[in-house]
Design a protein around this ligand. Sequence first.
Ligand code: 9YT
Length: 131
Amino acid sequence: MEIIDIEKIKGTDREVEAEGGQWISRRMLLKKDGMGFSMHETIIKAGTKTHIHYQNHLEAVYCVAGNGKIEDLDTGEVHEIHDGILYSLNNHDEHYLYGGTEDMRLICVFNPPITGREHHDENGVYPLIED
Ligand code: 9YT
């Protein structure tokens, strides 16, 4: 059993900030932790916009605080996100993620797990890194 305290992740290499400053992500479980998925707490800053397209990963995202929106770039649909809403990117859905009037706190699960070395490329994609 492992017990992971997010306070001990802050300030380590498991805490990663977007290059544009839109989000900060604390990777509580990564590929090397051997669970078959990775699990992160991500704070989306209020008023920001991020282009994301996980072509190599599935991601489920559960909002536990704050508010924002997600825009599906295939359909143009915009969905409100707030405490209690989960969105599932089960079709590698390209989207914009918007921070709302306050920071949004998200719990994110990736399959396959990310290694922690990925960076969003210019298309909002994380590469698939095989060890
Ligand atoms: C919700 C989302 O995908 N935000 C971008 C950061 C990502 N969750 C990560 O790398 O932890």
